[in-house]
Design a protein around this ligand. Structure first.
Ligand code: FAD
Length: 401
């Protein structure tokens, strides 16, 4: 047990004792909830820059991390799950202690966190718990289809695809707000390749149903390029539409406008929600955590939030969560060292998109520096395929070395 944790129900006395302990050690106890894109980037930067001034407790319910895009690799049999998990036990960074525990309550006014095993009082508390899923919000999904956004869901979808003998596949985005806006298009194009490799493409149709008006709503030009690629691959793309329920017995997807779409295999991006421990806390407003998008401060002193769990005006994506965490690290380092505050988070990221035929494209986005968000599309080529691999490998090396 670290000197910053207590095993028994702690009282005011113990809290005071801990503060004294921290004062003696002249370190600041930073508690980071969630070891995903945001949490891992934050602890890496803090450990690199101010290890002598902080004691960081990093908490996650899992024992390993998986990149979001690896779920598509697992689903389409391109990678084995065992090869894409990065165990947290490999984190050996100065002043960082990883704890595998489930967070069960967060009190932002006292910065007290309770897990299934312990209680923590933070000087600085950072919530990076990501977004959760609510498959039950779509009636019939559990009985008649597969969500592929969770680790377990991706493996179930992989098994269903293995057994699939051809027919109509519907890929449905089931909520207006979801991780990685490029992912539904990637799924459709990787599915095209998967079916073609198995000699099943001719016997199959692929339908992509999304509530978004276009693939990348901030850019007509980028969206037109992606729509052309979808059309080239014979994919029936239905924007501004949404599957509201499945009739599992008849294998019919019911659309918002009353239309019916028959399917043999349904692959769904489930409705997203904040993890219950966040939704139940005083941090959540309309289900998510509001933050100052320049510094990621919440309305509670000493409490910050980054990544998918916030309602910052940017998309939910790993590259974005990482950029937010980098800015927050600068904010905290400036506070700890008495340096000048850093520039605000610019909302800039480069997102790689799998576009079929083993090719990757890139969308560079800038959400916050101009009056309106902008995007630039780099057409798919083999150089970007290597660049994407390198992007993931660099992060894994920095976070887990
Ligand atoms: C299929 C798919 C493809 C994607 N492709 C891309 C891509 O190509 N590029 C890209 O940039 N993004 C991509 N994403 C999105 C990206 O994975 C997420 O946006 C990113 O992981 C968000 O980072 P985060 O730190 O906010 O949350 P996460 O990385 O989700 O981390 C949250 C962590 O909190 C933990 N947690 C949650 N609740 C609790 C609790 N109660 N107690 C303890 N721990 C808890 C979780 O175990 C998790 O490790 C993809 C996502 C999916 C699903």
């Amino acid at each position: 047990m670290s000197p910053f944790t207590v095993a028994t129900a702690p009282g005011e006395q113990q809290r005071g004792l801990r503060r004294d302990l921290l004062a003696c050690r002249m370190t600041t106890h930073v508690v980071v909830l969630g070891a995903g894109f945001g949490g891992l980037e934050l602890v890496t930067r803090l450990s690199d820059a101010v290890a002598d001034q902080v004691q960081i407790t990093l908490i996650d319910q899992n024992d390993s991390f998986m990149f979001g895009f690896s779920k598509l690799d697992v689903m389409f049999g391109r990678q084995q799950p065992a090869d894409v998990w990065h165990p947290y036990r490999h984190i050996t960074k100065p002043s960082v202690e990883f704890r595998r525990e489930a967070v069960t309550s967060i009190d932002p006014s006292t910065r007290r966190v309770v897990t299934d095993r312990d209680t923590y009082d933070a000087d600085i508390l950072v919530v990076a718990l990501g977004a959760d899923y609510d498959p039950a919000a779509t009636p019939g999904l559990a009985e008649g289809g597969y969500e592929f956004y969770s680790h377990a869901g991706a493996e179930r979808a992989r098994d269903a695809l293995e057994a699939f003998g051809g027919g109509a596949v519907v890929i449905g985005v089931l909520g207006g707000f979801f991780k990685c806006p490029g992912a539904p298009n990637e799924t459709a194009l990787l599915l095209h390749d998967f079916l073609a490799r198995r000699g099943l493409r001719e016997a199959s149709s692929i339908h992509l149903v999304s509530p978004l008006p276009m693939p990348i709503p901030i850019s007509r030009k980028t969206s037109a390029a992606i729509e052309a690629i979808l059309a080239d691959h014979g994919i029936d793309y239905r924007p501004s539409s949404m599957v509201t329920r499945l009739d599992a017995d008849r294998r019919i997807a019911h659309l918002r406008d009353g239309q019916e779409l028959p399917y043999d295999l349904f692959l769904g991006i489930p409705v997203h929600c904040a993890p219950p421990v966040v939704a139940d806390s005083a941090l959540a407003v309309d289900g998510w955590i509001p933050v100052d998008p320049a510094t990621f401060a919440t309305s509670f002193p000493g409490v910050f939030a980054v990544g998918d769990v916030t309602s910052a005006p940017v998309p939910r994506a790993g590259g974005i969560a990482e950029g937010e965490a980098a800015t927050l690290a600068e904010v905290l380092i400036a506070q700890l060292t008495g340096g000048p505050p850093p520039p605000p988070y610019p909302g800039v990221a480069g997102c790689y998109v799998e576009l079929g035929d083993e090719l990757v494209g890139r969308i560079d986005v800038n959400f916050l520096e101009y009056d309106t968000p902008v995007a630039k599309f780099m057409a798919p080529d083999t150089r970007l395929t290597g660049e994407k691999r390198e992007w993931g490998a660099t992060r894994a090396a920095r976070w887990f070395a």
